[in-house]
Ligand binder design. Structure first.
Ligand code: FES
Length: 79
């Protein structure tokens, strides 16, 4: 489904960018601006932002995973 008509971005483009961003950096905070930049685009009219945000909220990679104390300990051991 087309989300941003100014940039020709679909929901699949947004989800692919978010999945890539989460895989590249598990701790990153994903924002609409970062998604636009990851896709090599900029906001123009910003009329798509409500639907853009709604699309982002449907992606399970939006939230930064919560580390349990065991997970945090393992992260420290790896670093
Ligand atoms: S519709 Fe997305 S910036 Fe205009």
């Amino acid at each position: 489904m087309m989300i941003c008509h100014c940039n020709g971005l679909s929901d699949k483009d947004i989800h692919a960018a978010m999945d890539w961003m989460r895989a590249a950096d598990p701790d990153t905070i994903i924002t609409p601006g970062k998604v636009f930049r990851a896709l090599g685009r900029k906001t123009d009219c910003a009329g798509c932002l409500p639907l853009f945000l709604e699309t982002m909220q449907k992606n399970p990679n939006l939230e930064v995973p919560v580390l349990t104390s065991v997970g945090a300990r393992r992260m420290r051991q790896v670093r």
